[in-house]
Each structure stands twice: as C-alpha cells, then as structure tokens.
Design a binder for this molecule. Structure first.
Ligand code: ATP
Length: 316
C-alpha cells in the first residue's frame, strides 16, 4: 500500500508559533516516527508513523490483538517503545507526570470504587488533579441520570460509564485517550456516552483518540481513522478523504470477472448487489461497469485488516 496519509495538517510556520505548556501551538498533539514495541520475542507494534493534531476525533481501529491497547499504553507512558514518540510535546516515558496534567487516559471507563458516592468522587478528583473542576463535573452530571448522592454500587454499568465520563470530562486537558470506552454498553448508553463526549469535551482544540470495535457506530463521529493490523498501520486518513482515495463500485454480476481483473481490495455485497472496493481509481472502462458508492469504514476495515492469506490482493 502507498504510504499512509498523515491524519494531520502540517504545522504552521515556526515564526507564528507560541509556546503552550510543553509544545508550540500548531504542533501535533501526538507525533510518532518509527514507533515499535516488542514483548519478549513478539513484535506488537511495528514502524508506526502518524500525527494527531489539535481538534480531531480519531478512531483507533483494529482486530483483536492488533495492538490498540499496546499503542495507547505507549502513548501514556505505561510501556516502553522503540522509535520517536512525542505526546503534547513530551516524552511519555520520561515526562509522564507532566504529561498526565494535560492528558486523560481511561483504560476502562466502567471501573470506579463501588463504595463511593458521585459527590465523594468529585471531591476526590478535586484533590488529585490540578486541572479538575468540581463545578464542571456537577454540571456534566446533570446531563446523566446519576445523582450526586448515588453510590457507584447502585448504578447500572451504563450509568457508571456516564459518571466516569463526567468526572474525566471535567479535567481541563488537551488530549483524551479512551480504550474501548463503550464495551458492554447497550446502544442507547453508547449513544449517550458519545454525545456527552462530543458536546461537552470536544471544543475544536482538544483531541480524542478512541479505540473501538463498533466501527459502524463511530464512523459519523470521527474526523480521522488510524487502522492497525498485526501491529502495523494499514490506514491513516481523514474521513473526509476516504472518498477521494477509495472507490467502491456496485456492479452487475455479469461484470464480476472484469471487475475482479482490476484487483479490488475487497469484493462484497451491498444492498443485494455485487460490489468491489478499490484503493485508488480503477481504469475508466471498469468504472463504467458499475455505479460508484461511498465506501463505508466497515468495508475498509474488512479489506485492510483481513488475514493476508485471505486477501492476497492487499500489498503489505
Ligand atoms: N504484557 C504483555 N506481554 C506479552 N504480550 C502482550 C502483552 N500485552 C499484550 N500482548 C500481546 O500484544 C498483542 C497486542 O495486544 P493488544 O492488547 O495491544 O491488542 P488490542 O488491539 O488492544 O486487542 P483487543 O481488541 O483484543 O483488546 C497481542 O498479541 C497480545 O497477546
């Protein structure tokens, strides 16, 4: 595959920059070059190059074991890495304490101390985090069905997640890293979670990196997608550019051989029709055999993360 497009705009001229904490304005919030990670003899992340600028909602997608959690752990300094990694202008490993002032990381949103009341958690957070606003947390809690006096052990899983997000979103940070935040939630709770995240935390300057398996559901929320397969980045693209790069064609079954000869990265069925997905435009005579459609993120995911032996047309 062609080198992945950076999910970022280039940084502005150095002369126009001002310093914000550990970084210059206009610099990406995350910058990785040749990022790798190995556990024993197992290579888990391999040569990742990407940037996440300010104001983005980035989906981190990949099959089970693709390396999503490992990447997030490296980003927040919980594990070592090879290559260059800068998060908010800091080295996650060497400057973790400073980094955590401006970064929220939630490995599992549904875990809070069962004995605590919501009001006690707010008091606790106010004591722990210098950028936490108790007033903001109380405001955010009003969006949920959780009362200030409710104890965590009396809440449903969906309510715990809402409470956790209210607490975290009350931190004035620049980057939020969420590892499968809606795991185990029903569709209404997932919707409520993402609505609160987008409405209450994303302000055009902050960025969020979310890993999830619910690819269809997050497609409309994301500005960019990073896709991992077996520790490698197989896609790094703003959603707005998917249409320019990938071409999906629905076609008559009679055209199947001619379409297949143009090496689609995926052949599938869409609304009862045969369809093919191409990385780059197929020749005009092939395009004329079908109708162009918008490729979905799910189709891209299937095409780019299937085991190579099942998908020999994908260049590795
Ligand atoms: N501490 C560890 N020691 C050894 N191997 C590990 C460790 N943590 C993760 N791995 C391996 O690294 C690979 C990537 O795991 P990781 O948890 O990052 O994947 P993931 O994409 O988050 O998966 P999932 O979607 O299932 O949560 C897997 O093969 C896993 O077995």
């Amino acid at each position: 595959m062609a080198p992945a497009a950076a999910a970022s705009a280039p940084a502005g001229p150095a002369s126009g920059r001002t310093r914000l904490g550990g970084m210059m304005s206009g610099e990406p919030l995350i910058r990785a070059r040749g990022l790798g990670l190995q556990y024993g003899s197992k290579r888990v992340l391999d040569g990742l190059d990407f940037e996440i600028p300010a104001g983005r909602v980035v989906g981190l997608l990949g099959h089970n074991g693709a390396g999503k959690t490992s990447l997030m752990r490296a980003l927040v300094g919980l594990t070592g890495h090879e290559g260059e990694l800068s998060v908010l202008g800091l080295s996650p490993q060497r400057q973790r304490t400073a980094l955590l002032q401006s970064l929220c990381y939630i490995p599992d949103v549904a875990i809070l101390p069962r004995w605590a009341r919501a009001s006690e958690l707010i008091t606790l957070m106010a004591g722990l985090h210098p950028n936490f606003s108790a007033e903001r947390a109380r405001q955010l809690l009003k969006r949920t069905s959780v009362g200030l006096n409710d104890k965590v052990k009396t809440l449903s899983r969906g309510m715990v997640v809402q409470l956790h997000l209210a607490l975290v979103a009350a931190i004035d940070a620049r980057l939020m890293v969420l590892d499968e935040p809606t795991l185990g939630l029903d569709v209404l709770s997932r919707k409520a979670f993402y609505e609160m995240l987008i409405d209450e935390w994303c302000d055009g300057e902050r960025s969020v990196l979310i890993s999830t398996h619910q690819v269809e559901e997050v497609e409309s929320l994301l500005s960019d997608v990073l896709m991992l397969s077996e520790g490698r980045l197989v896609l790094n693209i703003p959603l707005a550019e998917v249409d320019e790069r990938f071409v999906a064609l629905s076609h008559d079954p009679a055209a199947a051989d001619a379409v297949a000869a143009a090496h689609p990265i995926l052949r599938y069925r869409q609304q009862g029709q045969s369809a093919a997905l191409f990385d780059g435009a197929p020749p005009p005579e092939v395009q004329a055999l079908g109708q162009r459609m918008r490729p979905s993120l799910v189709d891209l995911f299937v095409a780019l993360t299937r085991a190579p032996e099942l998908n020999p047309t994908i260049p590795r």
